[in-house]
Design a protein around this ligand. Structure first.
Ligand code: MG
Length: 362
């Protein structure tokens, strides 16, 4: 595999409804796309969203990392296999996990195309189909009950609710969601909002009320692994680490200490599929189930996550509703979304044939 060209472009996709969390509101996706071409003419694609609050990356930093460091490490060199190509990326820059993830998935895309295999087959097989949960946007309880009823009527059976803004309002929202969806699996994500003791108290209250919460994501501050461990040991609701786990080293530390019951893998946090595979190996050793999640991403990087989830049985939960939140899909091929069902074709690589409306940056 010899990379002969790299192009960068912006992908914009409007959201159906503005996406609101306690921290921000946004009406569209605007992500960096990388296209690598090898000497055989195969085009590999990758995507990186700017998530300054999580990975510290902006569109400007992603472009600078790809153009100034990662691109030069890949261009014109002949790689005998993926290991060598992956080392070139990891040797070119530290941090910048989303920029590295985008370049890496473009390389995997080319590598799998050259093997004539869809990526999920290359990574271990599986069925090429799975189901995702859906996030009910944070709103007034009545609005959330309506949105929940709509999601259930559209076939979703697993709902994710962002909490952490205000304990009383959170409870009112969860009551509204639960009464609109008595049978649904409800998982909540506190995005670091609580102290450890507060988390245990609130989770006890939720379960005592019969809200039937399946799991809570990231109840405490990302760096507070002691606190995470305290909640895991004392809460009636299983705990999932999200912002606390970026790297495979983070994963092993959390698993060894039993600081969480589950972990949430995102390609943009861990730096790409290779580190995601390392985290999955650790999870298999420690018997920890994984969720695969995404940022606000379009169907390039989410397709990479779908391939991974299809290939690995340690990924038992799927939170990949990014493309389903967009009002149009500029990506041709890749993972196909219809309601909660996500399916892959047997097209080689990521399976993406083209992307409409890209704004090239060269
Ligand atoms: Mg989360």
């Amino acid at each position: 595999m010899k990379i002969v060209s790299m192009r960068l472009a912006l992908l914009r996709a409007p959201l159906r409804v503005p996406f609101r969390t306690a921290l921000r509101e946004t009406s569209h996706i605007e992500d960096m796309i990388i296209e690598l071409t090898d000497e055989s003419g195969a085009v590999g694609r990758g995507e990186a969203p700017p998530t300054a609050a999580i990975t510290g990356e902006t569109l400007g930093s992603i472009e600078a990392a790809l153009r100034g460091h990662i691109g030069p490490a890949l261009m014109g060199r002949r790689f005998d296999g993926m290991d060598e190509a992956l080392s070139a990326i990891s040797g070119s820059i530290v941090g910048n996990s989303s920029a590295r993830a985008a370049a890496e998935m473009a390389l995997w895309d080319i590598y799998a195309q050259n093997c004539g295999l869809p990526l999920y087959r290359l990574w271990g097989g599986g069925m090429g189909r799975l189901t995702t949960d859906i996030t009910i946007s944070v709103n007034a309880p009545e609005t959330m009950a309506e949105d929940t009823a709509y999601a259930v009527s559209a076939g979703y059976d697993t709902l994710k609710i962002k909490v952490g803004e205000n304990p009383e309002l959170d409870l009112a929202r969860l009551r509204a969601v639960r009464s609109a969806a008595p049978e649904a699996t409800i998982r909540i994500d506190a995005n670091q909002a609580w102290t450890p003791r507060m988390a245990v108290r609130l989770l006890e209250k939720m379960q005592a009320e019969g809200l039937g919460i399946e799991l809570v994501e990231q109840p405490v501050k990302a760096r507070d692994i002691d606190g995470l461990q305290f909640v895991t040991a004392n809460s009636p609701v299983p705990v999932m680490a999200d912002e606390s786990m970026f790297s495979p080293q983070d994963a092993v530390n959390i698993m060894q200490r039993h600081a969480a019951d589950y972990v949430n893998i995102k390609l943009m946090k861990c730096g790409g599929p290779a580190n995601a595979l390392r985290i999955i190996s650790a999870a298999e050793i420690y018997g920890v189930e994984c969720m695969i999640g995404c940022m606000l991403e379009a169907n390039v990087s989410v397709s990479a996550a779908v391939h991974l989830a299809c290939a690995k049985s340690a990924i038992t939960r799927v939170d990949l509703d990014g493309p389903a939140l967009c009002s149009s899909n500029p990506v041709m091929g890749g993972a196909k979304f219809s309601g909660k069902l996500i399916e892959l074709s047997d097209a080689p690589g990521l399976g993406i044939s083209s992307i409409d409306g890209l704004e090239y940056l060269d």
